[in-house]
Design a binder for this molecule. Structure first.
Ligand code: F6P
Length: 541
């Protein structure tokens, strides 16, 4: 039972037939629907919402105690209730002197000590003090990790490619499919390659299997003693790191109060710091810290993560939206949709509330997308004319990160604006008929074609506009998305920081593996056994 949702549902009925175009054109539309933090401008004017909608969503946030829950997260309370842990990614980028407590203990001295250790290590690789076992400088760093130990750093290093410095190449291996590692190392010299084994638990099957394969590659080329010069680890589990054979002096620690998908700001971001240098990594943290302060301090009607999270819940519950498209008009953000898939769907793809009761509201939307303009020539057809309402996030920088001598960037920017406008305003039958008449088509051809060309419009989107995709801006953006997910979870009453749904598959894979290895097909249900037998027959040729 929720009074706030009941009111919102009736309000939604009142908005039937609403014209997004008329909302957008209202003189004061930007007053409550545009927001700014640093040079990040967030435009919410193209949403199916009025000032009254916002007020009712704020009532919902009050009913669900969103601000109190946010404060609990910032104070280090165990908001990850099912695992009895705090969720303190905000401490990792706390660039102030303010203490942050977990279990009553200030975590900042430990956080800052690890940052100093990361800095010293980055500098030693960059200036050649740290060398491989044959005294060669490191030229390539490969991060082996999966999920949160891969997606954040992989997304951020790609996003910040123009900031790559020091001549290092940074690559990522996540998939246990052997081709991922072999394709990644094919052109490399083991003497100049350094592996970062990134795993919070240091128990993840894919990461450890890949790490062992990488280790064999190094040991075969350079001998077993070379391992210590070519492997470092990032983990919360020193014992397992030592058991793997990595000197714990070369381990960068983080803590159980850092969720995997919220960990790119911790030592899991070592690969980012390697690529862009430690100073720029600090700029990334500073940008995120700015967003944290904004989320913590801004009143609801000006609070960008709260507004975005509430808007997501509004579409999910009252407009039956199943998915949201993320459309960066920014090639460097090509891994953003994949990163957000874990952030949003692993955090909020749940059906049980913290109190154990089943959710009565729909939870996480399916997040998907591709950079523009590529998506325009692929799935935008469905966004414009399909039967499913898909709110979209457009992201675009005012200026490119490299100088261009033609109008390619302006073309990109204009297309971004055009898509959001077309989605919102559509193209009506009367205009289409008039346009077709001007081409001299027959009345019968016009009648056949005109309805096909109708674009209904009224399709909502947010536009994120920033000066340039630099480290601070990326930090602001990603922290914004993290807090947006927190707000959604708070409204839905779920624990956004656990991921019990991934466990069964891991367990079954371990159980099924022996029957795959020896072809006996003894494990799993009837279909699993049939498929394993078929696999075995195919392997035997
Ligand atoms: O598959 C679930 C998961 O636990 C993610 O939440 C996590 O980011 C990923 O696996 C990797 O875990 P780890 O860093 O412990 O290897």
């Amino acid at each position: 039972m929720s009074e706030a949702w009941d009111t919102l549902r009736s309000h939604r009925q009142e908005l039937d037939g609403i014209s997004l175009a008329s909302l957008i054109d209202a003189a004061d539309r930007d007053q409550h629907f545009t927001h700014q933090l640093g040079d990040l401008h967030v435009d919410l004017t193209r949403h199916l919402a009025t000032d009254q909608t916002l007020e009712l969503l704020f009532d919902l946030a009050r009913e669900r105690r969103v601000e109190a829950l946010r404060d609990a997260m910032f104070s280090g309370e165990p908001v990850n209730t099912t695992e009895g842990r705090a969720a303190l990614h905000i401490a990792l980028r706390n660039q102030s002197d303010r203490p942050i407590l977990a279990g009553g203990v200030n975590v900042m001295p430990e956080v800052n000590a690890v940052l100093r250790k990361m800095q010293a290590f980055c500098e030693s690789v960059h200036n050649g003090t740290w060398r491989g076992s044959t005294d060669q400088r490191i030229e390539t760093v490969i991060n082996i990790g999966i999920g949160g130990s891969d997606l954040g750093p992989a997304m951020a290093t790609e996003a910040l490619r123009p900031w790559w410095s020091n001549g290092l190449r940074v690559r990522f291996v996540s998939n246990v499919d052997p081709s991922h590692l072999s394709d990644t190392i094919r052109d490399l010299d083991p003497q100049t390659t350094l592996f970062i084994i990134a795993s919070k638990t240091f128990g993840t099957q894919e990461t450890l299997t890949n790490a062992h394969a990488a280790r064999r590659w190094i040991a075969k080329a350079l001998g077993e003693t070379a391992v210590s010069r070519h492997f470092v680890a990032v983990s919360t589990n020193a014992d397992r790191v030592a058991a793997f054979g990595i000197d714990t002096d070369n381990m960068f620690e983080f803590w159980d109060w850092v969720g995997g998908r919220y960990s790119m700001w911790s030592a899991i971001g070592l690969s980012i710091a390697m690529a862009i240098g430690f100073n720029q990594f600090t700029a990334l943290l500073k940008g995120a810290h700015e967003m944290d302060c904004h989320f913590r301090d801004a009143p609801m009607h000006k609070n960008i993560p709260i507004l975005l999270g509430l808007m997501d819940c509004w579409y999910r519950e009252c407009w039956d939206c199943q998915s949201r498209a993320v459309l960066p008009y920014d090639q460097h953000l090509h891994r953003l949709p994949a990163y957000l898939q874990q952030l949003e769907m692993e955090s909020n793809g749940k059906r049980t509330r913290i109190d154990g009761s089943p959710t009565t509201e729909g939870t996480a939307m399916i997040v998907w997308g591709e950079p523009g303009t590529n998506g325009q020539h692929s799935f935008h057809q469905m966004l414009h004319q399909g039967t499913t309402l898909v709110p979209c996030d457009f992201l675009v920088a005012a200026t490119p990160t490299e100088s261009v001598d033609d109008d390619r960037y302006d073309i990109l920017f204009a297309n971004c604006l055009a898509q959001a406008q077309a989605l919102a305003r559509g193209h009506g039958l009367d205009n289409i008929r008039a346009e077709l008449e001007e081409t001299g088509l027959s009345e019968s051809d016009i009648s056949t074609l005109a309805t096909q060309k109708v674009m209904p419009g009224n399709r909502p989107s947010t536009t994120f506009l920033y000066r340039q995709l630099d480290p601070a801006t990326l930090g602001r953006l990603i922290a914004l998305f993290e807090h947006r997910v927190f707000v959604q979870g708070a409204v839905w009453g779920i624990d956004s920081f656990d991921q019990w749904g991934v466990e069964l598959g891991k367990h079954l894979a371990t159980e099924i593996l022996p029957g795959v290895v020896d072809g006996s097909a003894t494990q799993g249900d009837a279909t699993t056994r049939r498929l394993t037998m078929h696999m075995d027959a195919l392997r035997r040729g």
